[in-house]
Design a protein around this ligand. Sequence first.
Ligand code: ATP
Ligand code: MG
Length: 282
Amino acid sequence: TGMYLMKRSLAPLQVINDTVKTIEVNRLDKIALSDNKNELHDLAVSINQALDRIEYGYKQQQQFISDASHELRTPITVIAATPTFMPLGKDDPAVLNESLTAIKSETDYMKQLIERLLFFARSNNGTLLNIYEINTANLLQEVYSEVSLIDKEHQIILRQNDEALITAEPGSVKQMLRIFVDNALKYTPAGGQVTLTCQADEKDRRYVISDTGIGIPKEDLERVFERFYRVDSSRTKDTGGSGLGLSIAKYIAKANNAELELDSTLHKGTTVTAIFQRTQEE
Ligand code: ATP
Ligand code: MG
C-alpha cells in the first residue's frame, strides 16, 4: 500500500518532468495541472507562470525584430531604386541632385535608426554600469550649447539652470535630454520657442523641456512612449523619425530611477519633465 501511495503522489512529478523535457523557446508547452491541490500542484502553477513570462518576452522580441526590419526596408527600397533613375538625370542637374539628396537623407535616417536599435541590443536588462553623482546644471548647459550650435531656426532659451546633485549615469541622462530637445525642435515650426529648465528644490530635481509646437493629441499621450509609435504618420511624413526616441527615453529614465511626465496641448505645445530624486548625501 505504501509503495502504491508513494507512486501515486509522485505521479505529477513525472508529468512535470515530461513537459519540461520538451520545452524549447518557440515551443513552450504548459504543464497539465492535476486536480490535487498540493505542493506539486503549486510548483506546476509557478512553472507555468514562468513560462508565460518567457513567452511574453519572446513575443515582444519577435515583434521588435519584425518592426525593425520593416522600418529598415523603406529606406533601402528608396536607395536601391534611385540609381535606376540617375541615368535619366545625366543631362539634368536638378534630377541628379534630387537623387543624391534622396540617398543622403535615407542613409542619414538609417544611421540614426541603427544607432537606436543598437541601444536596445546593448542595454543591459535595465541596469546602468557607470553611476555617479552628477551636477544637474553642467549636463543641461552642455545640451543647450550643443543644440544652440546646430539649430538656428528656433528660439532656444535656457530659462533656469539650478545646480544640484543626482545619482545617475551622465551619458544616458544627456542622451535622454537630447531626445526631448530633438523632438521639441522637430515638432515646432521655425520661429517657435524651445525652453530648457532645471529646477532643484527640497524634494527633487526636474529637467523640463517645453516647446510651442504642434502638440500631441490627448489619445496619443500614453502611446508615444511605445516603440515605433508615431502620431498620425502623415503629419510627420517630412520630419522623418523612427518612433524610437521616447521609448529609449522611458528606458533611460527607469534605469536611472527617474520619472517622466508628458503634458501637451494640440497646436499649442508640449512639455516633458524628467524627475530625479535628490541624492542621500545632500
Ligand atoms: P525618433 O526615433 O527619430 O525620435 P520620433 O520623433 O517619431 O522618431 P519619438 O521621439 O518616440 O519618435 O516620438 C513619438 C511621437 O510622439 C512622434 O512621432 C511625435 O508624433 C510625437 N511627439 C514627440 N515629442 C513631441 C513634441 N515635442 N511635440 C509634438 N509631438 C511630439
Ligand atoms: Mg523623436
